[in-house]
Design a protein around this ligand. Structure first.
Ligand SMILES: NC(=O)c1ccc[n+]([C@@H]2O[C@H](COP(=O)([O-])OP(=O)(O)OC[C@H]3O[C@@H](n4cnc5c(N)ncnc54)[C@H](O)[C@@H]3O)[C@@H](O)[C@H]2O)c1
Length: 258
């Protein structure tokens, strides 16, 4: 059962531990910073070396404890070892933010098979495998919060996004099944679906004219900043969201309501 815990009006997370994938850049990095600012201890994973420097910087600025690991989340042996190390170091993992992801765009008739395989391996399969790995720890400890990164492109059709859409629709589906299976263990599982976010990945997909045209279709009239996604993740990882599970929270400036 997901326990009732009165929301005190402030977002307090004292002593909690979060594992964040994709923490070296963009949304993952912004989420790590938002969590660190609230005193959450962090396990930061990325396949880029820069994740170590980010962890060190957050320790200096916020006085939290961190563990950084250079890890390819599609490699189960590496990921198992890192999660085991994190459990050894902190004793528990209260929150998992599955943020690492890629975008590889092409017209459907020309999409290389390798784009499909890579996109599905990172965005869909590795998201599930990490949830399974950390979910087992959360089941044993009596609860936790999981937030998976989906996308508006997991809900509505966007040109050249066939592999990406398949991967993000999978994330939304995975989120729902985990939510019903794990509610009895006190685990909330939700997804966040942004519109275009101003990160390296966002720039790759939406540079130039294609981006300007996209912006005109977003009622809010602009793209999103990484800290606006971190705020949504923080909400879903907090006690304010104890009764929210299986949800896909759109942070899209109204793009998908039209
Ligand atoms: N930026 C956008 O417009 C946007 C919109 C909707 C959803 N998203 C989703 O948000 C998430 C983060 O996107 P972002 O814009 O911050 O991207 P980003 O490219 O800035 O950062 C992604 C991070 O994930 C890491 N990563 C990728 N594959 C990995 C792997 N196999 N193992 C370990 N780390 C890996 C990268 O090294 C990078 O640091 C992704 O899942 C993306 O699909 C982004």
């Amino acid at each position: 059962m997901i326990p009732y815990k009165k929301f005190e009006g402030t977002f307090t997370f004292s002593g909690k531990v979060a594992l964040i994938t994709g923490a070296a850049n963009g949304i993952g990095r912004a989420t790590a910073e938002a969590f660190a600012a609230r005193g959450i201890h962090l396990v930061l994973l990325d396949r880029q070396e820069g994740v170590r420097e980010i962890a060190t910087d957050l320790v200096t600025r916020f006085g939290i404890e961190t563990m950084a690991a250079v890890c390819d989340i599609t490699d189960n042996a590496q990921s198992d070892a890192v999660v085991e190390q994190a459990r050894g170091r902190f004793g528990r993992i209260d929150m998992l933010c599955n943020i690492a992801g890629v975008v590889e765009l092409e017209d459907a008739e020309n999409l290389p098979e390798a784009y499909w395989d890579n996109t599905m391996a990172i965005n869909a399969k590795a998201t599930f495998m990490m949830a399974q790995r950390v979910g087992r720890i959360m089941i044993a400890q009596g609860g936790g919060k999981i937030v998976n990164m989906a996308s508006q492109a997991g809900l509505v059709a966007i040109d050249k996004h066939v592999a990406y859409m398949a991967s993000k629709a999978a994330v939304i589906g995975i989120t729902k099944v985990l939510a019903i299976e794990w509610a009895e263990y006190g685990i909330n599982v939700n997804a966040v679906s942004p519109t275009v976010v101003l990160t390296e990945l966002g720039a790759k997909a939406w540079a130039g004219e294609v981006g300007e045209n996209m912006k005109k279709k977003i009622p809010a009239g602009r793209f999103c900043y990484p800290d606006e996604i971190a705020a949504a993740i923080l909400f879903l990882a907090s006690d304010a969201a104890n009764m929210v599970t299986g949800e896909n929270l759109l942070v899209d400036g109204g793009f998908t309501i039209q």
